[in-house]
Design a protein around this ligand. Structure first.
Ligand code: NAP
Length: 520
């Protein structure tokens, strides 16, 4: 497909701006041929205004109609075939097999949300029937459900060019909720973004959805994103990316005259605690940890960037075996030159801290894995040691004893995940550790590794700040739909004015809470 380098504003291709940029081959740094035009302020405004017009129609679409639309997007993405995988591989240096898997996950995510809206119970319908003769005053008929907020601005990350990008979790959950999306493309994969954006456009036209329900704007500077966040017709923001980016957008939204929710999913180091007995029993854990640290060249938000062991002979051997396993993993190109620079700078900053030891043969010349060893005392004194260094690195923190380990756990800021590895006896003796970690994360794992986020009904991909700006929800899994809705109550409505979800006869046959009792 011939790439255009344009914004996709509804059905229009638009490139009015004079600021341009290109993508790069991630493996060689060579500039790619398509010239992309950064969106002008007018183009961003035009996309938002069109989305706002589309909302008037789109918000009234039935669950069945939205399901057909989401399924069609999945089909159109698959129809891009090898061209999509080849383009994304060129822009990210991620191997075709990994990208094919990620495309499958993205398509399944679309189908899962289609299933959710077709089934319909997600609107959380609640009905309190009237009691006209209640004393001292009659009780009114009240019926509540979730309705969409309006236009959503979405920002994707560079490390998942499909699953957290143009047709990723934020876009699909917003569209499923009934909200139009204006997507700010990530400049690390503009060609991939254009291909997926055009697939969504095809689906819009093929299923008769209103023009403007989806638009894609490009930008290699922060101007485009800031314009989108500040637009008065934008009613919510979904963001996946760095702490720096997410916090800047959250703060910018805070300056708006009208506050809006900003769901920023940011960085995390996903601490993993190895308890003493499991280290004696499981000789394979060092290799498994090294595999998780280096998955996708370590460029995963769920990468285990910190692990904790209690001081012992087994722990020393475990750390050295992990370092050896990491050393054996060949260097690989990172997503962008900027991410590579940040990785090297992050490791350098860790290495300058006294009381740490680098256990891998890290080199500035190429992106190699890194394991830094330190103590709880040192980690508490230098909190940046356990900040995210995005890439194939991890920090092994050695605790003097279980109390020291607990002290470290209590000091942790919010993370996406935490993991505890232990035998049954280890776990029974460390219930307090698990209790502490519950307060810190969105997903708590036992005897598993955090990399790999299932897209399901029960997934929480979120966590307390600074992992996200709103810990009450998730960006992966079906609960994500609720971020882009609000509850509304209808009081004393005549039946003909009620939405189908709240009609007495329950024509959609959805699960509802009627007078406090679940009816399914
Ligand atoms: P990024 O640099 O923050 O970029 C994300 C998007 O935000 C881009 O479109 C970027 O556009 C925009 N942006 C960044 N700073 C901005 C600012 N100040 N104003 C306006 N827009 C701004 O993130 P990345 O490099 O793609 O991704 C790597 C990070 O994402 C890692 O920290 C990783 O852990 C995290 N991540 C988190 C999750 C999660 O679910 N929590 C998932 C995947 C990745 P410009 O480049 O044009 O500024």
């Amino acid at each position: 497909m011939q790439l255009t380098g344009s914004q996709l504003i509804g059905n229009q291709l638009s490139k009015q701006g004079s600021k341009t940029f290109t993508g790069f081959r991630a493996d060689s740094g060579e500039a790619l041929p398509t010239v992309f035009h950064e969106a002008t302020a007018e183009e961003v405004d035009g996309a938002v205004e069109l989305a706002n017009e589309a909302f008037e129609t789109y918000r009234k679409k039935s669950g069945a109609e939205k399901a057909v639309f989401l399924e069609r997007i999945a089909e159109e993405i698959l129809a891009l075939g090898d061209e999509l995988i080849g383009t994304a591989s060129e822009e990210t240096a991620l191997p075709a097999a990994r990208l094919t898997g990620e495309r499958g996950r993205t398509v399944n995510q679309l189908k899962l949300f289609a299933q959710v809206v077709r089934e319909g119970s997600w609107v959380n319908a609640r009905i309190d029937t009237a009691v006209p003769d209640r004393q001292p005053a009659p009780k009114p008929d009240l019926r509540q459900m979730l309705i969409p907020l309006g236009t959503v601005g979405v920002f994707g990350a560079s490390n998942f060019p499909f699953a957290f990008s143009v047709a990723g979790g934020d876009t699909v959950s917003a569209l499923a909720a009934g909200c139009p999306v204006v997507f700010k493309g990530h400049p690390a994969h503009p060609a991939t973004s254009e291909l997926v954006g055009r697939a969504i456009g095809q689906a819009v036209r093929a299923t008769g959805m209103p023009e403007g329900v989806f638009s894609l704007v490009h930008g290699a500077s922060t101007d485009v994103g800031m314009r989108l966040v500040g637009h008065p017709l934008v009613k919510a923001i979904g963001f996946t990316g760095s702490y720096r980016g997410g916090k800047a957008l959250f703060d910018a939204a805070g300056q708006r005259p009208e506050p809006i929710p900003v769901y920023a999913e940011m960085s995390s180091t996903n601490p993993v605690f190895f308890l003493p007995r499991i280290l004696k029993e499981r000789g394979d854990l060092a290799t498994a940890l090294a595999g998780s640290v280096t998955l996708g060249v370590g460029q995963f938000c769920t990468n285990p960037g910190v692990f904790v062991v209690d001081q012992s002979e087994e722990a020393t051997q475990f750390i050295h075996r992990t370092a050896a396993a990491l050393n054996a993993i060949m260097p690989a190109p990172m997503l962008t030159a900027g991410i590579r620079r940040a990785y090297l700078a992050g490791i350098r900053a860790q290495q300058t801290v006294a009381g740490t030891a680098s256990l891998t043969d890290f080199s500035e010349e190429m992106v190699k894995t890194h394991l830094l060893q330190t103590t709880v005392g040192n980690a508490l004194q230098h909190p940046h040691l356990t900040d995210e260094v995005f890439g194939p690195s991890t920090v092994g923190v050695v605790a003097d004893n279980p109390a020291d380990r607990l002290r470290f756990a209590r000091s942790l800021p919010g993370h996406l995940t935490a993991t505890v590895w232990g035998t049954d006896q280890d776990l029974a003796e460390n219930v307090e550790l698990i209790e502490v970690l519950k307060q810190k994360v969105g997903r708590l794992l036992i005897n598993d590794f955090p990399t790999g986020v299932e897209v399901t009904y029960a997934m929480t991909h979120g966590g307390p700040f600074p992992a996200t700006t709103d810990s009450r929800t998730t960006s992966v899994g079906t609960l994500a739909i609720e971020r882009f809705c609000r509850p509304i109550s209808f009081q004393n409505f005549p039946p003909f004015l009620l939405p189908d979800e709240l009609k007495e006869e329950n024509p959609l046959k959805i699960s509802r809470l009627v007078n406090g009792k679940r009816q399914s």
